[in-house]
Design a protein. Structure first.
Length: 355
């Protein structure tokens, strides 16, 4: 079996970050979203991965390389325009050949993995097997209507009146039968080849299409709130480790990971938290659920429930909470008083807040 990972989306809901970096590279617990995806794919036993990329290929390739770091072999597959999920299957036709494959959206994080579902698919090999989860409001998702044996009867994209609460969560398993389905469908009203239409074509043609429920944590990291929520969840799994330098005047409480080359001086850090390699934290308080990237500088500041991307600088700012600070951004003070701040700051920005 092979894998097809989709990383060509533009990420409009994550602006300003997606202007200067692919949304799939935003770090969650100091690991790019695509890193979490590739590890989940590898855990199913799949090592041959085709990665659909758009105009940001060079940035993604600079981070992921050939995939060795994640235990996979990457083949980059350019998609000239975002013409739909089913269109990516056509783009990847030569790479996929006649192999079964798992298709995985590159901005979805499923930390509990889909190993058991992959085994189900391999054992029974239906034409397609979708992964679903119950959601409170199915109207925002593709929805699966199932028969009594778990077979898919109908798929509906963003229904106004859902007949099921089972949402498609962006992981699909296919046999080569899907290629005929993709060739048979036509673009939807929004001009895209929808993967739900291809799967529905299989259902209508009498092919076996099944659904498996994913019971673990799932987050589509498409906006700032979801990125921070996912960061909190993954940081709950952090194990305390100090590979850097923590001076005697500093206090680490709970699960705090200080990476190689990081320095913590006269500061208090309460976990779960990660301090990235080469970062300096001085005269500061870092609260729970905070991930500070590599090469950052945090001086005389307070930060909690937040993400600071690589090389960010935060100086003299207390009360930062629920914030997302971009790469090489500089956050400082303007000299006026305040007791709480929330910032969403893109790459290379400079911001001054009340001291």
């Amino acid at each position: 079996m092979k894998a097809l990972v989709l990383a060509g989306g533009s990420g409009t809901r994550l602006r300003p970050f997606s202007y200067s970096m692919p949304k799939q590279l935003i770090p969650i617990a100091n690991e790019p979203v695509l890193g979490h995806v590739l590890r989940s794919v590898r855990d199913t036993g799949v090592t041959e991965v085709g990665l659909i990329v758009g105009t940001r290929r060079s940035e993604i390739e600079a981070v992921l390389g050939d995939g060795t770091r994640y235990g996979v072999r990457l083949t980059y597959l350019p998609q000239d325009a975002p013409l739909g999920l089913a269109h990516t299957v056509s783009v990847a036709r030569d790479f996929l050949g006649d192999d079964d494959f798992v298709m995985y959206l590159g901005d979805n994080v499923l930390p509990d993995g889909v190993v058991d579902i992959a085994r189900e698919f391999t054992a029974s090999r239906p034409a397609a097997q979708v992964v679903v989860q119950k959601v409170a409001d199915p109207r925002a998702f593709g929805v699966a209507e199932l028969g009594p044996g778990g077979e898919v009867l109908r798929l509906v994209e963003k229904p106004r009146e859902p007949r099921s609460d089972l949402a498609l969560i962006g992981v699909y398993f296919f046999t080569p039968a899907v290629h005929e389905a993709v060739a048979a469908i036509r673009p939807s009203a929004r001009g895209e080849l929808e993967i739900t239409d291809a799967i529905q074509w299989l259902v209508a043609s009498g092919a076996e299409v099944r659904a498996s429920a994913y019971e673990g944590y799932w987050k589509d990291t498409g906006n700032v709130e979801d990125v921070l929520a996912c960061n909190r969840h993954l940081l709950d799994g952090v194990v305390a480790r100090n590979d850097g330098e923590v001076d005697p005047d500093s206090v680490l409480v709970g699960a705090v990971r200080v990476e190689q080359g990081a320095r913590v001086l006269r500061s208090r850090i309460e976990g779960p938290a990660i301090i990235g390699a080469g970062t300096v934290v001085a005269d500061s308080e870092i609260g729970p659920y905070t991930a500070v990237g590599r090469g950052c500088v945090v001086v005389g500041s307070g930060l909690a429930d937040s993400i600071a991307l690589d090389r960010a600088s935060i100086t003299g700012v207390h009360g930062l909470k629920g914030s997302l600070i971009g790469r090489s951004a500089m956050v400082g003070t303007s000299g006026r008083g305040a007791d709480h701040h929330r910032l969403v700051v893109g790459d290379h920005a400079r911001v001054e807040v009340a001291a």
